[in-house]
Design a protein. Structure first.
Length: 336
């Protein structure tokens, strides 16, 4: 049993940012995408800095796969992800052996005052620590929300290491390699920041069925943990959105007649679809609309249907239904 029921997280969205261009966009996060969508998350994968800056604030958490080259817009990326973290949203940082930790160090230094370096090869597997163990030993995993349902985890691939042991009440070592280096470290959130997780391996070297099952379980647990839902409940905050609410925009579609229990009139998009459409709209209005018509369209999913939203005509078209029904849409709220 892992952390959270399947299909229970349909109100939440995760942005997967692959800076590691040596690995295809659909491979480095393939296992994560499969694990997270099974839980109901809306998942979007990107691999350009422009997409990251355009979309990041419209998601509930972001995962970063680091590369061997520093970003071109490093200062701006750090600034925006700092804001994202300060809004109470979770950040997963996936690094690798030297030199595949450029983006990891850029964020770790800013968010939690940590740094990684060097390389070593993983070997064997990590076992779940015994009940009552106060500090996990080499080759073990702590009993935590991150390791829910796990008894063993393969130590595969090439790892980097933290240059110093994480310090502070909010820092926790979740797993140690067989050499004793922390391989999974978490930093708890607070009333003015989100959670952070560091994996010192990119975790795409899993091969056999048992490894894939445990890998997917770990990844889905990470997705649920980074939301920090229990912290938000303790603080009496909304489970979605920023800790400090900002003026919102709502996208709506128009029903010309009563349908499926809904009255004729305007109806709101679901939260995750609303965020994705608004992010695409902001990108569209900031582009050269006359020369870049492709930016006028975005595809969103709701239940078993997929809809194409046309920002020029302000309509949506059902791509899955055989009638390809077209309906009017509008954008309402404080930021018009």
């Amino acid at each position: 049993m892992d952390l959270g029921k399947n299909n229970a997280f349909s109100s939440f969205s995760i942005l997967l940012m692959n800076f590691n261009h040596e690995a295809p966009l659909d491979s480095i996060f393939a296992l994560a995408h499969e694990a997270l969508t099974l839980k109901g998350f809306s998942v979007v994968e990107i691999n350009t800095e422009d997409e990251l800056l355009d979309y990041v604030h419209h998601f509930d958490e972001i995962w970063i796969a680091s590369s061997d080259q520093p970003p071109k817009n490093a200062e701006k990326i750090v600034q925006e992800l700092h804001k994202f973290h300060a809004a109470g949203k979770g950040i997963g940082i996936w690094a690798g052996g030297d030199p595949y930790f450029q983006h990891a160090n850029m964020l770790l230094k800013d968010l939690v005052n940590a740094e990684v370096a060097d390389s070593y090869a993983g070997a064997g597997s990590l076992k779940l620590a015994g009940l009552g163990d106060q500090a996990i030993q080499a080759g073990t995993m702590a009993r935590s929300l991150i390791t829910t349902g796990l008894t063993e985890l393969p130590e595969s691939g090439i790892y980097c290491r933290l240059t110093a042991n994480p310090v502070g009440a909010h820092a926790h070592v979740i797993a140690r390699s067989n050499l004793g280096h922390p391989t999974i470290v978490t930093w708890e959130g607070s009333s003015n920041s989100g959670r952070v997780l560091l994996s010192t391996s990119l975790l795409f070297a899993l091969k056999d069925d048992d490894e894939l099952v445990s890998g997917k379980r770990l990844l889905s647990n990470v997705g649920v943990w980074l939301l920090g839902l229990e912290d938000r409940m303790k603080l009496g905050l909304s489970l979605v959105g920023d800790i400090q609410a900002k003026p919102s925009v709502q996208w709506e579609y128009f029903l010309e007649r009563n349908l499926d229990g809904k009255q004729a009139g305007w109806h709101p998009y679901e939260d995750q679809g609303n965020r994705i459409v608004e992010a695409a709209y902001q990108k569209y209005v900031g582009s050269d609309q006359a020369d870049n018509n492709i930016r006028a369209f975005i595809t969103v999913h709701s239940g078993s249907f997929a809809y194409e939203v046309d920002f020029k005509k302000m309509v949506q078209r059902n791509l899955a239904h055989h009638n390809h029904t077209v309906r009017k849409v509008r954008r309402v709220g404080d930021m018009l």
